[in-house]
Design a protein around this ligand. Structure first.
Ligand code: SF4
Length: 482
């Protein structure tokens, strides 16, 4: 661990709250000199001080100390792809590990304990340290409601089997009747104590666009038909549920005012964008405004802990729904046609997830928003009945022009730049489809190549730009205001 890195992190956290050294010292109950020494890197905070810093700023001790530059390249299991149900997950934002995972754990425990008249939930590790900022306690209470629930944060226990550990106790008449310990292991996935990590079956045998495209052409199939064939039973119900959740998020978002939680004082803008039409608005301006309004709506729902669908992640959840909702409204596509578009988008999302990464923490925002844009372009290509080559080119363009995009969310909140970025990517997806419509025959770059390029670029990106909030806008925002 380098003192200089720890010093920079403490400095950036203080700046993110616009505090002077003396003000932070007061909050933490330490001297001004101590803060100054930590920020100069001459002294490291004691363990007690680290606990106070992590608690005050809502960040984990790991994130203060860990040398994230040494993140290992992603371990990828080659050979096929999982079901698209592992891509589109319906749940509450803003974080798959801090809200979706705990929500899943609580939901199952509540269903298994219908006799309970009260619950107690203890959050450990990162769930305790950043849980309040991410709304973990709120999601836990809401999921277990109407049963009375007490939530405790245990920020002291260190020897945990997983950084995102939680325990739930069920009571009846004051007597404990059941309990579990469970872990939110990322991407909304959960694991109960003593349960083996699930290896999802790779129901798709093919894992490159080239191979899938060849198969579809040989069998005279569209991408959506390929997905339907492989997904089998329950697929139509699943994809309808996904689309309903996407539409609902847009409709809630464009009807909601206010300020997003988290302390950044970010106003919700979707409703304004949706309603603020100019008298002489051109069709192009209207398209821009509405597509952006829908993307903002979903991004704002995510940031405020609303129900969204990962597409492919929480942070990038607005791009795919925005373009599909816009074209459904504009051209009257049926839900069934939208389902086909979602299937094509899922092929792209799963290819990136399998062969590269959809995680901002691993490959920067190109992996989240870039993938979402690529998915949206593929979705529109399928919706517009374009050829498989055109769909591939549209998806390739959309990802290619996000290469190198960094992840530096201000204050660690999924708000700036994330929400606006969803809107820009939605517009870019439409542009990519327009270009592909005319220029596919001249293309040189395949989707598989650009996915590999995105991955290699991602692992080369400095740790500062991989969801650490220690670089870029996250670092400069408050400093600029000083
Ligand atoms: S900036 Fe980071 S947190 Fe925000 S959408 Fe992009 S990858 Fe996600």
């Amino acid at each position: 661990m380098e003192k200089e890195k720890v010093a920079n992190r403490i400095y950036n956290l203080r700046k993110s709250k616009n505090l002077k050294q003396s003000e932070l010292a007061k909050e933490l109950g330490v001297s001004d000199k101590a803060i100054s020494k930590w920020e100069q890197g001459t002294v490291l905070p004691t363990l007690e001080a680290l606990c106070k810093i992590s608690s005050f700023f809502g960040v984990s001790i790991d994130s203060l100390l860990a040398d994230r530059a040494k993140v290992e390249p992603i371990k990828r299991v080659k050979g096929g792809m999982e079901t698209i149900k592992e891509l589109y997950k319906i749940g509450r934002g803003p974080s798959s590990s801090h809200t979706m995972g705990p929500e899943r754990i609580c939901k199952e425990f509540k269903e298994n304990n219908p006799e309970a008249d009260s619950f107690k939930v203890i959050l450990y590790g990162s769930l305790a340290l950043t849980g309040i900022g991410h709304g973990t306690d709120r999601i836990v209470r809401e999921t277990l409601a109407p049963i009375k629930t007490k939530v405790e944060f245990n920020r002291i226990k260190k020897s945990l089997p997983h950084p995102n550990t939680m325990e739930i106790f069920a009571y009846k008449g004051g007597e404990e009747v059941n309990s579990i310990r469970a872990y939110s292991i990322g991407g909304g996935e959960v694991l109960k104590e003593n349960e083996e990590a699930k290896l999802h079956e790779r129901i798709y045998k093919l894992d490159s666009f080239e191979a899938i495209s060849k198969y579809c052409k040989e069998n005279n199939m569209r991408l959506s038909e390929y997905v339907e064939m492989i997904e089998g039973d329950g697929y139509h119900e699943f994809i309808q549920e996904v689309w309903e959740a996407m539409k609902e998020a847009i409709e809630r978002g464009i009807n909601t005012d206010g300020v997003l939680p988290g302390g950044l004082d970010v106003k919700r803008k979707a409703k304004y964008l949706f309603n603020q039409r100019h008298i002489d608005e051109t069709p192009e301006t209207k398209e821009n405004r509405l597509v952006c309004a829908y993307a903002y709506a979903v991004g704002e729902e995510n940031a405020s802990g609303g129900k969204i669908v990962t597409a492919p992640t929480c942070g990038a959840c607005g791009v795919v729904p925005a373009v599909l909702y816009y074209y459904q409204k504009k051209r009257g596509y049926s839900d069934k046609e939208i389902h086909k578009a979602l299937a094509a988008a899922a092929v792209v999302g799963m290819l990136v997830k399998t062969n590269a990464s959809i995680s901002g923490a691993q490959c920067g925002c190109q992996a989240e928003i870039g993938t979402a844009c690529s998915m949206a372009a593929a979705a529109l290509g399928e919706l517009f009945d374009m050829s498989i080559e055109q769909i591939e080119y549209a998806a390739e363009i959309a990802l290619e022009h996000h290469l190198g995009l960094t992840c530096d969310p201000i204050g660690g909140l999924v708000q700036i730049p994330c929400i606006e970025r969803n809107a820009v990517a939605a517009m870019r997806a439409i542009n990519a489809v327009n270009i592909a419509n005319f220029l596919t025959d001249t293309r040189k770059i395949s989707l598989d190549l650009i996915i590999q390029t995105m991955y290699e670029t991602g692992i080369d990106i400095s740790e500062k730009y991989r969801e650490t909030s220690t670089g870029g806008m996250a670092k400069l925002y408050k400093a600029f205001e000083d």
